[in-house]
Design a protein around this ligand. Structure first.
Ligand SMILES: *Cc1c(COP(=O)(O)O)cnc(C)c1O
Length: 367
């Protein structure tokens, strides 16, 4: 059986280092906001090239806190419109709604699955105040065009970088997390940089925003038992930070391995029934997922199962068609709906063997 994602194999590589860190953690007895969190924040900021990184509890909180901080600073206001891609994981939408803002669903560019600058422009109104860009499946959105548009219309740009740790925009010599006003990262175990539980972070170069988030994420407090704002408890866990400090050293090499797998798939899968994803062969894609399109994903999924290959669908239901988002169900988003009805993700990870990749290719070519 070739697993869709072998998380055990990914983390088993670090078993010795994890054990040493855990022993030190236990010996020290400092569980919240310790040296590991501090170290990770400064190292992840350096990795992304940003001035600040603030560790939080998960990716959804990271995005929500960015918007809540902009509201607190008086830069955004309740019910302001935020443009988001209609085809995303529901967390992007929930962050906007939970902060008291209005999501405006925009169709993506069908080739890249990412926001189309032209479509964004068509949806800008006098109430639009921000764009939440999602680097979906690990591929950077067209940030040069989107940032230009935002500048023209005086809009904030926020990145949902939960799937794009380490993706590089060569023309700007910048990485995901440093291509907008602020970015939210998730270190959910299956992400390219994954913890052994929930974890997340915010990156930004904005002094005021960073300062505000620092307060908001920790009970609105900078000094114990002194509370300056109505905050939340969303801290990066000390033990998860310790694990992330070990794994951060391997992120770039893991992303290279993912690209090696992707290049083989793109070269060797030759089947007219399968549409392969667009890739410009640069470092702007870290292949969090390798998403193909077929006419009947359910049937294809069964075929893969019969051949002992795991797969997953990202995502089977578009956010505006979820029960939770009933208010938006009358929207007509044909490109998004057709994407959700035809996508399926095949095995992709930094620890797949060359033989496993060959098996996947052969099975797909026989479909
Ligand atoms: C994983 C993910 C999130 C949310 O991260 P959590 O840590 O699970 O809260 C947000 N946006 C996208 C695109 C994601 O893939």
């Amino acid at each position: 059986m070739i697993k869709f994602l072998d998380l055990h194999k990914i983390n088993a590589r670090f078993e010795g280092d994890f054990s040493l860190k855990f022993k030190a953690f236990l010996d020290k007895g400092h569980y919240i906001k310790g040296r590991e969190v501090e170290t990770f924040e400064s190292r992840f900021a350096a990795f992304c090239g940003t001035k600040y990184c603030i560790g939080v509890a998960n990716g959804l909180d990271a995005l929500t806190l960015i918007f809540k901080a902009y509201l607190d600073l008086g830069i955004l206001h309740k019910d302001d419109e935020v443009i988001i891609p209609a085809n995303t994981y529901i967390a992007s939408v929930l962050a906007v709604i939970n902060a008291g803002l209005r999501p405006i669903f925009v169709e993506p560019d069908e080739a890249t699955f990412n926001l189309s600058p032209l479509e964004i422009e068509n949806h800008i109104t006098s109430k639009t105040k921000a764009i939440l860009v999602v680097h979906l499946y690990g591929q950077l959105a067209n940030m040069v065009a989107i940032n230009n548009l935002a500048k023209q219309h005086n809009l904030l740009v926020v990145e949902d970088a939960a799937q794009a740790h380490g993706a590089v925009l060569a023309s700007e010599e910048k990485k995901a997390g440093n291509l907008s006003n602020a970015a939210g990262f998730s270190f959910y175990p299956s992400k390219n940089l994954g913890a052994l539980g929930d974890a997340g972070a915010i990156t930004t170069n904005d002094d005021k925003l960073a300062q505000c988030i620092r307060l908001l994420h920790n009970y609105g407090s900078s000094k114990k038992y002194s509370n300056e704002k109505i905050g939340v408890n969303s801290r990066l866990d000390e033990l998860q930070a310790a694990f992330l400090n070990i794994k951060l050293d391997h992120l770039d090499a893991d992303n290279v391995n993912r690209r090696v797998v992707a290049k083989r798939y793109l070269n060797d899968i030759k089947n007219p029934k399968i549409s392969l994803p667009f890739y410009d062969f640069s470092e702007n894609h870290v292949f969090h997922l390798f998403v193909i399109r077929v006419e009947n994903p359910k049937k294809f999924e069964r075929y893969l199962q019969t051949n002992e290959i795991g797969s997953l669908i990202h995502y089977p239901i578009a956010p505006h068609q979820q029960k939770a988002l009933e208010d938006y169900k009358t929207l007509s988003l044909p490109i998004t709906e057709s994407i959700h009805n035809t996508v399926i993700s095949i095995p992709m990870s930094p620890v797949m063997t060359s033989k496993e990749v060959t098996t996947v290719i052969n099975v797909l070519n026989r479909y």
